[in-house]
Design a protein around this ligand. Structure first.
Ligand code: SF4
Length: 337
């Protein structure tokens, strides 16, 4: 892990994204999918903030908001103190260079008809001011080398590479414009377990060398553990717990985090047998109709009457130097094996 400064590079304040649900011949709005519903966090220079939650919790919508691929329903995002959603034209183009994304699926995110050189060099075609045309090929080869690929393979096509190599191509493309922040949207979910660690290690090495900050999105707590300095746990559009790696994995206070952790596979069979597993019943409710008050109350084994009446606030649970917050009326640390 890299040394993390306390200099904030990206700050989300109360981000909200509601998608209208249209119905009928007149396509009237009959409701809203509350994909992201009041998410706030700060990302420090050089750190990795993991964002974890089950599918449908709003992680990918959050990624799209952070990239400004969509406009928020409400809330603010600042990059190096600049209000991202207020930028237009040239300023926004300049800002786009600083925040890049690595997509989930290396099989579909790379155009099969383009060579690797064209794919990695694509950002230079869009941001032509960054590098003169004559220098681009050499820069692409440097980028391929940086991510552990053979620069001589610049003229090959995506299908000539393995899944892990394709994700390296996606990472090289993400690095082309020297960004300060990379949003990694489930970058290893589509890969074999044996390859996942290699890609995570590569991301960690690049971070140490280039001083990048990552938002690392995953549905599995075990994937983000080794790369994250801090972790935020999302449930139905909200962050329900956020703390540093040790706080989240050793002293989680929210029942949802505790349940997710209790199902993380353990390599040691003795630990596995002695661990008490918390089994969550039912599916994640629809974000179009989230349960009132605490959204987790329909699946929470600790739920009491107040949980369906009053929404718990995200408040501090002092247990170390870093801020550790969680949203639960009955938050209590639970040691997890
Ligand atoms: Fe469970 Fe109640 Fe805490 Fe929500 S507020 S997580 S329902 S105990």
């Amino acid at each position: 892990m890299t040394v993390v400064s306390r200099e904030v590079v990206l700050k989300a304040e109360n981000l909200v994204k509601h998608y209208p649900i249209k119905a009928g011949v007149l396509r009237r709005t009959v409701g809203h999918v509350k994909a992201v519903d009041g998410v706030s966090f700060e990302l420090y220079k050089g750190e990795t903030l993991g964002i974890v939650g089950e599918s449908g919790c709003g992680k990918s919508s959050l990624a799209r908001l952070l990239m400004r691929l969509e406009e928020p329903t409400a809330g603010q995002l600042t990059f190096d103190g600049v209000d991202v959603y207020a930028q237009k034209g040239k300023e926004m183009r300049r800002l786009r260079r600083d925040i890049q994304i690595v997509f989930q699926d290396p099989y579909t995110s790379l155009n099969p008809r383009k060579t690797v050189g064209d794919i990695v060099g694509e950002p230079f075609e869009i941001h032509t001011e960054v590098l003169p045309k004559r220098d681009r090929r050499q820069r692409v080869q440097q980028l391929l080398e940086l991510v552990g690929l053979n620069p001589e393979h610049i003229n090959r096509y995506p299908h000539q590479f393995s899944g892990g190599q394709r994700q390296r191509i996606g990472i090289a493309r993400g690095l082309a414009l020297n960004p300060k922040v990379i949003i990694c949207d489930e970058p290893v979910s589509a890969l074999d377990v044996s390859v996942q660690a290699q890609v995570v290690n590569l991301l960690a090495e690049l971070q140490a060398g280039l001083g990048l900050a990552y938002i690392f999105i995953a549905h599995d707590l075990s994937v983000v553990r080794h790369i994250s300095d801090r972790v935020g746990v999302m449930y139905l559009g909200k962050i329900v717990e956020l703390g540093d790696e040790d706080q989240i994995y050793s002293r989680p206070t929210h029942p949802y985090t505790q349940a997710l952790l209790s199902s993380v596979p353990l390599p040691d069979p003795r630990q596995r047998n002695s661990r008490e597993q918390i089994v969550l019943t039912g599916d994640v409710p629809s974000p179009a109709n989230p349960p009132p008050a605490c959204r987790f109350h329909t699946r929470c084994w600790k739920a009491q009457e107040i949980c369906s009446i009053e929404e718990p606030l995200l408040i501090e649970r002092p247990d170390g130097e870093s801020a550790h917050v969680s949203a639960c009326h009955f938050a209590a640390p639970r040691v997890v094996v």
